[in-house]
Design a binder for this molecule. Structure first.
Ligand SMILES: C[S@@+](CC[C@H](N)C(=O)[O-])C[C@H]1O[C@@H](n2cnc3c(N)ncnc32)[C@H](O)[C@@H]1O
Length: 271
């Protein structure tokens, strides 16, 4: 079957509003070509088994399965990262956390930071790529998520061969068992949804440990605040701006908003 016919048929089966784009992304993934190839070779013949696989993938999408977990690829901060069901799919809002953390690192000439809940590794990797002499100690409670981070560090070592030496990964709760100093810099996008919250269907495929923060939702955030780092950058839920009441130890606090103008995180510093 020709590419153009496969895409036309597949698009009719896709319930999403991004019908054609998603079909193209999936077909590229299956036949291991890029979208430029699809557009310039629309008469190229694909096999029946590839077309069947395309339809199977579309049926998964129709059941709210995230396309990133099918292609094992996610775009974040103008780069592609590996992703699978073992780690949260990085969200665009988290790019803001990186920007705020990066400014704080530059301003205070920070040489070492800690990330809690590294997941796929995107925060630590982007910060390490931005700051060439930065050392990062990153933890996660999920060893499966740490495997995804490890894969991404290896993948991005093409851009900077020092990444594997500068980012150390540990499987632990928060920073348990990790050597700390009094001038700690902690960055974290922890799970912050309350356990009883009815999440949208697409989130059902992501690891619960990456989403739910406890009965109130803010339990892990409060644990992180209680670690009393000198510099703290955290992503939070849109309704968790009240956390400023728990940051009384800090001299300089700034809550930032996301692209939809919801409060999405804070940076805090002790002098
Ligand atoms: C919201 S995800 C963030 C992943 C990644 N940093 C990002 O921004 O895309 C939260 C991560 O925290 C990890 N996590 C949950 N509870 C934790 C804890 N108590 N200590 C360390 N990591 C934890 C989860 O396994 C998950 O990978």
């Amino acid at each position: 079957m020709k590419i153009k016919d496969a895409l036309n048929l597949a698009k009719q089966k896709n319930d999403s509003t991004r019908k054609l784009l998603e079909c193209e992304i999936l077909l590229c993934h299956i036949i291991k070509k890029d979208r430029i190839f699809l557009h310039s070779n629309s008469d190229f013949e694909i096999s029946n088994s590839d077309f069947e696989l395309l339809l199977q993938h579309i049926s998964k999408l129709n059941n709210n399965y995230p396309i990133e977990y099918i292609t094992n690829k996610v775009g974040f901060y103008s780069q592609y990262f590996y992703i699978d069901e073992c780690a949260l799919i990085p969200r665009p809002e988290t790019e803001l956390l990186i920007d705020y953390a990066s400014k704080m690192i530059t301003k205070n000439n920070i040489k070492k930071i800690f990330e809690i809940g590294v997941g796929s590794g995107v925060i630590s990797i982007i910060l390490a790529l931005m700051h060439k002499d930065l050392e990062i100690v990153a933890t996660d409670k999920s060893d499966k998520a740490l495997e995804v981070a490890r894969k991404n560090i290896k993948l991005k070592s093409i851009l900077d061969s020092s990444l594997e030496n500068r980012i150390s990964l540990f499987c632990t709760n928060l920073l348990d068992g990790i050597d700390r100093t009094k001038d700690d810099f902690i960055v974290s996008n922890p799970p912050y949804i309350k356990n009883s919250y009815k999440i949208p269907p697409n989130l059902h495929f992501e690891p619960e440990i990456a989403l739910f923060g406890g009965d109130r939702g803010d339990e892990i955030l409060l644990d992180i605040i209680n670690l009393d780092a000198k510099y703290l950058c955290c992503e939070i839920g849109y309704n968790q701006g009240y956390l400023k009441d728990y940051l009384k130890n800090y001299d300089d606090i700034c809550f930032y908003k996301d692209y939809s103008s919801f409060v999405r995180g804070f940076i805090a510093q002790r002098f």
